[in-house]
Design a protein around this ligand. Structure first.
Ligand code: HEM
Length: 567
């Protein structure tokens, strides 16, 4: 009797698999089609089972057509037909799942030859669970250590840490973003932000960003950065003293969010002034980042997830924040050529005026992408400097030479003299890249596939190039790839393979804010080190910092307690 639902289950799977229309698997459209086929298969298998039961068994004491409600309930619980329905359903569902899993682990699957962890080949749910735990970067690293430079990390997904494949994956002739990014769409927002756009839309929007990040634009932002750096120093000075214990990571985040608010919306946060996040917006962003990272692994679930209040509410609050900030900026008008000025094309370079909805989405993106990443980089830099006092001492000497007491540490014309600081910053971003796994690219469905090392990747495969694994790969960063050694960036005879260093990603969708981030980080580090001295706070266990770092596309951090003294 179970044979029929099992056969229907296998047939449904084959219909879903071979009838796949052109378009990404797992996309909401494909999910809808699969749901329809599954529903149809389920109904058919139950009907077939019941009919065949009626033919072969004596069912005289029970009636399927009963109009008495309590009788129907009794029927569903007790009757032989009901048991047949339940068992048919279970057999059907089990056979669909078994067909999917068997195909994915079978030699027939086009990624069958690529090594990888067994369970992750069977379903993306394992990837989603790992994402929820924030440990994707660590798992990927351990898999690359075990299986080599190309690892199968999902049913139709691989991770590649081979620099020779980098150009083909991320470079100018590289791949479009993967369906992973579909999970970042807010279905209720009228426009998406730059990070989720593709093709021409991406190129057009990116042009506005590129103008906003030109060297001339960066000059305009110096004043904004300087103002917030001075507020940060004032606040830290007021807390300084022997025995002080200040959460440096939190204070640096107040600084970066205040600055990004100024730059994107002409204001919006006053975290430094308030000495904290009174409105809880940072918390909303953190919870949003966590939820969205899970959805990205199962993008077909995005429309359903938005209906779950915890997730939907965070998205709503974030959207409301963007709209409020934008409304404020429009009312206030331009006081300087901030990012908003460029994103709205106030200078009138574009033939078609950018939509307000797109600018709002990008303003919010600037804050999430620009502030959080910079805090992670700076906090990690402090962690490594305080853990390696000889490096701290050498950096302090450089800052004292370039910006002696009384000189202006915000003078960016001296940034090219900060050679050791740049090396320290590179080394911190190498060991703890603020975007540890980054998002995957995808081999287009209408292409002939690509090669990665000796493996063929068929159309539709998502490809991760995870910075955390790449940056700790002994082939590219030796000796001691897990140690903080800024000198590796200074000695030309031991120069690391720069192609393997991708904290800002690589290619046409790399970080558009890279130059701004570097300028901002050098300005704030020079100022802090000129005026203050830092050490780990009494009783703080530094190892808890590294343990606290979780991968939610951006990095979520724990506290970093330091004792601060005025120099
Ligand atoms: C240390 C600081 C930073 C790091 C490490 C960093 C890293 C990255 C990475 C790895 C990506 C690519 C993500 C992907 O593959 O989808 C990215 C994209 C992006 N970043 Fe940054 N970022 C930093 C600072 C900034 C700043 C200051 C801004 C300015 C607002 C910014 C704006 C963006 C934007 C808009 C994108 C999307 C680019 C696109 O899709 O074309 N980032 N960033």
């Amino acid at each position: 009797m179970l044979l029929l639902p099992c056969l229907t289950g296998i047939l449904t799977y084959l219909a879903i698999h071979f009838g796949e229309p052109a378009g990404p698997r797992n996309s909401p459209k494909a999910a809808k089609r699969a749901s329809f086929l599954l529903g149809l298969g389920l109904a058919s298998s139950c009907t077939i089972s019941i009919t065949s039961f009626a033919v072969f068994a004596d069912n005289s004491d029970t009636s399927l057509g009963s109009s008495d409600i309590s009788g129907s309930v009794r029927f569903l619980v007790n009757s032989v037909q009901a048991r047949t329905i339940w068992t048919s359903c279970l057999a059907y569902v089990a056979s669909v799942i078994a067909s999917v899993v068997c195909y994915r682990i079978s030699p027939l699957h086009p990624l069958a030859g690529i090594p990888g962890p067994f369970w992750f080949k069977t379903s993306k749910l394992f990837g989603a669970w790992t994402a929820w735990q924030g440990t994707t970067h660590l798992r990927m690293k351990s898999w690359h250590d075990k299986y080599g430079p190309v690892v199968r990390t999902g049913p139709n997904e691989v991770s590649v840490t081979d620099v020779d494949a980098m150009q083909a994956m991320l470079g100018s002739s590289g791949l479009p973003k993967g369906q992973f990014y579909d999970g970042r769409w807010d279905p209720n927002a009228p426009a998406g932000s730059l990070i989720i756009l593709q093709d021409e839309e991406h190129t057009n929007r990116r042009r506005l960003w590129t103008r906003g990040m030109s060297s001339q634009s960066l000059k305009e932002y110096e004043v904004l950065i300087g103002k917030r750096v001075n507020s940060l120093i004032e606040k830290l000075e007021s807390m300084a003293g022997a025995g002080s214990s200040v959460d440096l990571a939190a204070w640096i985040s107040y600084f970066t969010f205040d600055f990004m608010g100024d730059m994107a919306f002409g204001g919006g946060f006053e975290l430094l002034r308030d000495s904290g996040d009174n409105d809880g917006i940072l918390d909303v962003m953190k919870r949003f980042a966590m939820a969205v990272q899970v959805v990205c692994h199962i993008p077909w679930a995005a429309p359903y997830m938005n209906k779950i209040p915890v997730f939907g509410n965070n998205m709503k609050r974030l959207r409301a924040f963007g709209v409020d900030a934008a409304t404020g900026r429009v009312k206030m008008g331009a006081s300087s050529k901030d990012l908003w000025y460029h994103l709205t094309d106030e200078a009138g370079f574009e033939k078609v005026k950018p939509s307000l909805a797109g600018v709002i989405a990008d303003g919010a993106l600037a804050i999430v992408a620009g502030a959080d990443t910079t805090v992670s980089a700076l906090s990690s830099l402090f962690y490594f400097l305080l853990s390696n006092p000889h490096c701290y001492k050498r950096l302090q000497e450089e800052v004292d030479a370039v910006y002696p007491p009384g000189s202006d540490p915000l003078d960016v014309s001296k940034h090219n003299e900060l050679i050791y600081m740049n090396a320290c910053l590179n080394e911190a971003m190498r060991l703890q890249p603020p975007v540890p796994t980054s998002g995957p690219r995808q081999i287009p469905l209408d292409s002939n596939g690509r090669m990665a090392a000796e493996y063929f990747l068929p159309p539709g495969t998502q490809v991760f190039v995870p910075p955390y694994s790449l940056h700790r790969d002994p082939r590219y960063f030796s000796p001691s790839p897990n140690d903080f050694i800024p000198d590796r960036w200074l000695d030309p005879t031991k120069a690391p393979n720069m192609a393997a260093f991708i904290p800002f990603s690589y290619g046409p969708a790399n970080c558009v804010g890279k130059a701004l981030a570097r300028q901002e980080m050098l300005m704030v580090m020079s100022s802090l080190l000129q005026k203050l001295h830092f050490s780990f706070a009494e009783g703080f266990r530094p190892e808890t910092w590294a343990e606290s770092l979780l991968d939610y596309f951006i990095t979520i951090r724990g506290p970093l307690y330091a004792e601060i003294r005025i120099r």
